[in-house]
Design a protein around this ligand. Structure first.
Ligand code: AHG
Ligand code: MN
Ligand code: MN
Length: 336
């Protein structure tokens, strides 16, 4: 049986959907970096990669050693290939400039190099999330430093998005705007092999994901919705729900993509000036693009996440995503 590797899938996409060759190369290089990160993550204590650094990132969060290593792996893999005008990362305050000695290209790459990093030291799944935008106008042909403004495009402008999940299996989930494909890393061959042709989020579900410890800080629409879920068969929704919370968005979204569910990280009263915890540009947007491409739905309670016009690179957003029926319901509670 001949197997479809990521490279072969991308070449076929170039033929059938006119996927530009530079975009294909870009995705291949990101996938290669994810393989390297997977390798580093899997070494654990043997590789001396566990634990924290003594630095904080732009968001004031303590950086894990693997946060920093993964960021460096992605930057080094992608800076020389000539496909990018710049990169942006959770771990860097400002956009990363392509060094002058390398050619520049038409795309912008944004990433969360290691998502769920509180789970690394306890050997629970983590991942990498990425989003690809076009560099607007002729920004890549200018010699000036690339500013933040070039990145501030709504999620509808993404040309590709994906994530790698480093779990019992390492998988790469990818959308080029034409459905969602899942690839599993064959460690012996060293290649990602297409194993999930057509990933679809079931429309209805009986499973939800939210960090319940924040309940007292939630706003009324979320209080109402979750209390209805908890009321089960006797409540207004008339069925019993199960709950899961891994605290790695990648792992929670991967479960939802596989068997349905709703994922919520609402805004809450802990930091009233911030509209949630998760970052719009490199967490919520790529995940929303994937979920929509798989037939699900993603909102911030008020509007479709992909329509949100970003104002800053590290902007936060409330997230409700997954099975349509449930995302519609909780979004509706925000309107009333
Ligand atoms: P990161 O490790 O990139 O900072 O992201 C962690 C995020 C997300 O993956 C997860 O869903 C959420 O934080 C968990 O937050 P709580 O610890 O508040 O539950
Ligand atoms: Mn994250
Ligand atoms: Mn991260």
């Amino acid at each position: 049986m001949s197997r479809t590797t990521l490279s072969r899938y991308l070449i076929e996409q170039t033929r059938s959907h006119n996927t530009p060759a530079d975009l294909r190369f870009l995705v291949e290089v990101v996938a290669r970096a994810c393989k390297a990160i997977s390798h580093a993550v899997s070494k654990g204590a043997l590789g001396g990669v566990l634990g924290s650094t003594d630095t904080e990132n732009v968001q004031g969060e303590v950086q894990k050693k693997l946060d920093v290593m993964s960021n460096e792996i992605l930057l080094e893999a992608n800076e020389w290939g000539g496909t990018l005008a710049g990169m942006a990362s959770e771990e860097m305050d400002k956009p990363y400039q392509i060094p002058g000695r390398y050619p520049k290209g038409a795309y912008l790459l944004l990433f969360d190099p290691l998502d769920g990093s509180s789970n690394i030291d306890v050997n629970v799944s983590v991942g990498t999330i990425f989003s690809v935008l076009r560099c607007p106008g002729d920004c890549f042909s200018q010699n000036d430093a690339l500013g933040e403004e070039a990145f501030l495009q709504p999620g509808t402008k993404q040309v590709a998005a994906g994530y790698a999940v480093y779990g019992p299996q390492t998988m790469l989930i990818l959308t080029l705007g034409d459905g969602v494909k899942g690839f599993t890393l064959d460690r012996e061959l060293g290649s990602f092999v297409l194993t999930h042709e057509n990933m679809n989020v079931p429309q209805s579900t009986a499973e939800f994901a939210i960090n319940m410890s924040n309940q007292r800080h939630w706003e009324p629409p979320v209080q109402r919705y979750v209390s209805e879920l908890l009321a089960g068969e006797e409540g207004p929704l008339g069925k019993n729900y199960n709950m899961r919370w891994i605290a790695s968005m990648v792992a929670d979204v991967h479960r939802i993509l596989t068997r349905g569910g709703i994922f919520m990280y609402p805004r809450d009263a802990r930091e009233p000036d911030k509209p949630g915890k998760l970052r719009l540009m490199y967490e919520a947007n790529p995940m929303s693009f994937i979920i929509e491409q798989a037939g699900g739905m993603a909102t911030n309670g008020q509007q479709r996440i992909l329509d949100v016009q970003p104002k800053s690179l590290h902007e936060r957003v409330a997230v409700f995503l997954g099975s349509k029926e449930e995302v519609e319901r909780v979004t509706g509670y925000h309107q009333g």
